[in-house]
Design a protein around this ligand. Structure first.
Ligand code: BGC
Length: 459
């Protein structure tokens, strides 16, 4: 993210936004689709809880590997190349999973899709922020979250349409459509000007920039790019990141945000909401319908977060309130499972209220705000490296939760949701003591604040 105050007279090309959004959409679709597919794969292949976890989490292992490795490949071969590769891998994964004859093949192709999704989750926002004029960079992190939610919603709607036919193969296979669009997008979009400057191809960078900037803006931005590229060249390595006490403190905040976002249980809700609903008496189609309603709610609330919350209320307060809301919702879900007496009617309603409150709390806070803050808190010379570490932490925590959730369920649903309620309460404590307010502050002020004192200023 960039705070340079240059303004551009020319509008950003719409295709750039469309293209940038597509990465989030694919990510969301793939995360969301497994929820409905699992309902049908489980009986067809007689999945054990461990296999169920693997169908979900093999995607996340791929994501983790790609999040760590994709930086180097991108620097070497360019942004477009990686996006193109991601689109191809995505298509292969989607079609492979759609035709899979057994569980092992599904798990393998979900891993392939994970490589694509992980790469897209890192590179598409980077590419987009590099190609868009400075004034529109700030909102891109938020836009990305909106597209993830939209992708999840699209997956739910596809699940809804296909559930009556039990067509889980189509649920996976349809992801090939946005994958093809991604490949076309990568093909028609220009290369990132920042990468071109880095490779010494300034004339080409100038040409790309001239498409959406006038002459004065172009020179100013080119000068800025040269500076950023120089800073990136002196990017510190992972070892140095841990060696410096000030950086370690900032890294702790970043990794904490990324990890707590996951151990709130968001993705268990995304993957397993239909399973939770069927286990308290909903039919398969009713569960998928209720889930689609939750998807709509998430998109609406995410729009609210981007347009109102993050720039007016700030970051820290929504994170604290959100954590309390998440904890309370998980407690409600625990109650539903503990009280076997309220199965069916009342139990169903409490579960729906718990799930809705959870989605609202997450979308107003830990969903988008974590990604926005990760773009703000790291000093420039550590930004790339630290972002890689934090993103890896996010995928790794996502993996661990997805892998162990079905296994933990064996010990009792009520207990698992109580555990999540406690973890969300811990996220509140973390936000209260460790997370600074970054609203309306320049990146330099944030750096100063985080580096200068152990505890953030409270409001
Ligand atoms: C998280 C994802 C999650 C998504 C849900 C993102 O911010 O990183 O793990 O699936 O939000 O909307």
């Amino acid at each position: 993210m960039n705070t340079a105050g240059t303004t551009s007279a020319r509008p950003v090309r719409k295709s750039t936004y469309f293209f940038g959004s597509l990465g989030g959409l694919l990510l969301g679709y793939d995360l969301g689709v497994v929820a409905g597919a699992l309902l049908f794969i489980t009986p067809e292949f007689g999945l054990t809880p461990l296999q169920k976890g693997l169908v979900t989490s093999s995607l996340l292992v791929g994501g983790m590997i790609a999040a760590l490795g994709c930086g180097r490949v991108t620097d070497r071969f360019g942004r477009r190349f990686v996006v193109l590769l991601a689109g191809l891998l995505f298509g292969i994964g989607a079609i492979g999973a759609g035709f899979a004859p057994n569980v092992a093949t599904i798990i393998f192709f979900r891993f392939v899709m994970g490589l694509a999704v992980g790469a897209a989750s890192v590179i598409v926002p980077v590419y987009l922020s590099e190609i868009a004029p400075p004034r529109s960079r700030g909102m891109l992190s938020g836009l990305n979250q909106l597209m993830i939610s939209t992708g999840i919603l699209v997956a739910y709607l596809v699940n809804l349409g296909l559930a009556p036919f039990g067509a889980w193969r189509w649920m996976f296979g349809l992801a090939a459509v946005p994958a093809i669009l991604l490949v076309i997008g990568a093909y028609i979009q220009p290369e990132s000007p920042r990468w071109l400057v880095k490779k010494g191809r300034e004339a080409e960078a100038r040409e790309v920039l001239s498409r959406s900037r006038d002459a004065t803006e172009l020179e100013a931005e080119l000068a800025e790019i040269r500076q950023v590229v120089a800073a990136e060249r002196s990017q510190i390595r992972i070892g140095e990141l841990f060696g410096d006490v000030r950086l370690r403190r900032i890294l702790l905040v970043g990794v904490g945000l990324a990890v707590f976002q996951q151990i709130s249980g968001i993705n268990t809700i995304i993957y397993y909401a239909p399973t939770i609903l069927t286990s308290i008496g909903f039919g398969n189609s009713a569960a998928i319908l209720a889930n689609a309603g939750l998807g709509v709610l998430t998109v609406v609330v995410t729009i609210l977060m981007i347009t109102v919350v993050v720039d007016r209320v700030g970051r820290r307060r929504p994170l604290m309130l959100g954590a309390l809301g998440l904890s309370f919702s998980m407690a409600l879900l625990a109650v539903t499972f503990f009280s076997s007496g309220i199965r069916g009617g009342a139990g169903g309603w409490i579960a729906i209220v718990g799930l809705s409150l959870f989605k609202i709390s997450f979308s107003l806070s830990w969903g988008g705000i974590v990604w926005i803050m990760l773009g703000e808190i790291f000093p420039l010379r550590a930004r790339g490296t630290a972002m890689g570490v934090a993103t890896f932490g996010n995928w790794a925590a996502n993996f661990l939760v997805a892998q162990f959730f079905p296994v933990l369920l064996g010990g009792g649903n009520g207990l698992v949701f109580t555990l999540f309620a406690v973890l969300c309460a811990t996220a509140f404590v973390f936000a209260y003591f460790k997370v600074p307010e970054t609203k309306g502050r320049s990146l330099e002020q944030i750096e100063e604040q985080l580096g200068a004192s152990a505890l953030p200023a409270r409001r």
